[in-house]
Design a protein around this ligand. Structure first.
Ligand SMILES: [Zn+2]
Length: 83
């Protein structure tokens, strides 16, 4: 298994799906910006959702982000659980 790093180009365009689409779209010019945490989590700066990066692939699913809303950033498992 190789751990491909998420490119800065990809990070620049990725946004939290909860914050940018549909009825849950958040106000502002650019909601849902993400910050990379320990190369394996993307943390939304607008809402409490956090998205795991598994084998180099960001899992940008709202259901996945929902699982981590109450977990503090410093308590996020590294690497993310596989299931
Ligand atoms: Zn968000």
């Amino acid at each position: 298994m190789t751990m491909a790093k998420v490119s800065t180009e990809l990070l620049a365009i990725l946004r939290c799906p909860y914050c940018v689409s549909g009825p849950t779209r958040q106000p502002g010019d650019d909601p849902g910006r993400l910050v990379l945490h320990k190369d394996c989590w993307l943390i939304c700066q607008t809402c409490p959702r956090k998205y795991p990066i598994k084998e180099g692939i960001p899992i940008m699913l709202i259901d996945e982000g929902d699982k981590w809303t109450t977990t503090a950033v410093e308590s996020m498992p590294v690497p993310p659980p596989s299931n």
